[in-house]
Design a protein around this ligand. Structure first.
Ligand code: GLU
Length: 416
């Protein structure tokens, strides 16, 4: 049965609430979202037909600052998924001490079926529909699954045209030419890299000798595969929605990146040494570090007993179910949770937002240094609690993130 991500998100709150003895009133409050907008997006298609898509923007919590979180375009997007993703953004920003809340948006659409013109219309109409819900002081969207810098540029332009002035700080992940930040594209991958490097050091594992499997070959999976490949790791398998490729001696990642950059699917790549595998097979293939970097609910009670790795590094949001989490913990497999592992993206988004507001831009060296500093600080905080209490890394990360939200809630009080 398909797990509902929002039910998962709420179960995770219950787990941490129990562990830290959280006030039941705060727990109840955290399990609610502040607000949600559902919008209809009518588009006149190139063939003259009218299609109506459904879009969402959810604010889970703005108690620590304006909402922050991506927008995804995917066929399975629904309100509960967006609510879960917004909730996870709250914890992610809090864990990193960013002065931002949690938000997320999405449109239920398969963008591969749209022309560029249709995609632009869809984006601009969606941006118009949520215009009063977003803004530098309200909620700042960013890219997520199947969205990119061009889509952020259309949102920034639509918002700016309506306001009658340029407002670069309304979205992050923009092209550099219109207020984007250097290093934003690689940020999630870089963050994963800093975190796994730190974890390997703690476990006295040499990162460059580890065997890696990556599910997902988009902005997150593609970057982390490349960074680890450049480090010397063997990348045994990678996959996209079409399926995966496996080679026990290690895949040539640069060639595969070039192939997918041209719009091709991995399954069509021609190298006789590589074996075609399914996404399900990929997850249960033996390796040292397994990196789910695609969608939620990939490691569940159905396949958790077949997972054969030392570390799961969550590039995606919500790839592991709470039940699977428990089993992995019992088996001694370390799960580096999404809210820490993949937080590099929102961290550099925050840098982009700060740069836009100050109209002063940093160089790549500064971006990566500050990214590393913030992530390693969060990693050390999480690791300390994990060691102290002998609990899963996710619960340790949640204790920190949830405590900060609870504290802010307490300080602000209940209005009126
Ligand atoms: N979509 C990314 C995430 O899930 C980035 C969000 C952002 O940059 O605001 O963390």
């Amino acid at each position: 049965m398909e797990l509902n991500p929002y039910e998962v998100a709420k179960e995770q709150i219950d787990i941490v609430a129990k562990e830290m003895g959280l006030d039941p009133n705060v727990t109840r409050y955290l399990k609610r979202i502040e607000r949600a907008l559902i919008v209809s997006i009518p588009i006149m298609m190139d063939d003259g037909s009218l299609q109506i898509f459904e879009g969402y923007r959810v604010h889970h919590s703005t108690v620590r600052g304006p909402g922050k979180g991506g927008i995804r375009f995917a066929p399975n997007v629904n309100l509960d998924e967006v609510k879960a993703l917004a909730t996870w953004m709250t914890w992610k920003c809090s864990l990193l001490k960013l002065p931002l809340g949690g938000a997320k948006g999405g449109i239920c659409v398969n963008p591969r079926e749209l022309s560029k013109k249709e995609l632009e219309k869809l984006t601009r109409r969606y941006a118009t529909a949520i215009i009063n819900f977003i803004g530098p002081d309200i909620d700042v969207p960013a890219p997520d699954v199947n969205t990119n810098a061009q889509i952020m540029a259309w949102i920034m332009d639509t918002y700016s045209m309506n306001k009658g002035m340029a407002v670069p700080g309304v979205v992050t992940g923009k092209p550099i030419e219109i207020g984007g930040s250097v290093g934003r594209n690689s940020a999630t991958g870089m963050g994963l890299y800093f975190v796994i490097d730190a974890m390997c050091e703690k476990l006295e594992m040499k990162l460059e000798t580890q065997k890696i499997i990556v599910q997902g070959f988009g902005n997150v999976g593609g970057w982390i595969a490349k960074l680890l490949y450049d480090r010397g790791c063997k990348i045994l398998a990678v996959s996209d929605i079409s399926g995966g490729l496996y080679y026990s001696e290690g895949l040539e990642i640069e060639k595969l990146l070039e192939w997918t950059r041209q719009g091709n699917y991995l399954k069509d790549y021609n190298d006789k040494r590589y074996k075609l595998i399914t996404n399900e097979e990929l997850l249960t293939t033996g390796c040292d570090i397994l990196i789910p970097a695609a969608l939620e609910n990939q490691i569940t009670k159905d396949n958790v007993n077949d997972i054969k790795c030392k570390i799961v590094l969550e590039g995606a949001n919500g790839p592991t179910s709470p039940e699977a989490d428990q089993i992995l913990f019992k088996k001694g497999i370390h799960v580096i949770p999404d809210i820490l592992a993949n937080a590099g993206g929102v961290c550099v988004s925050y840098f982009e937002y700060v740069q836009d507001i100050h109209a002063y831009f940093w160089d790549l060296d500064r971006i990566n240094k500050e990214l590393k500093r913030i992530l390693i600080e969060a990693f050390e905080d999480v690791y300390e609690i994990y060691k102290e209490r002998a609990i899963p890394l996710r619960t340790a990360a949640y204790i920190i993130a949830v405590s900060r939200i609870a504290k802010a809630f307490d300080l602000r009080g209940i209005f009126p």
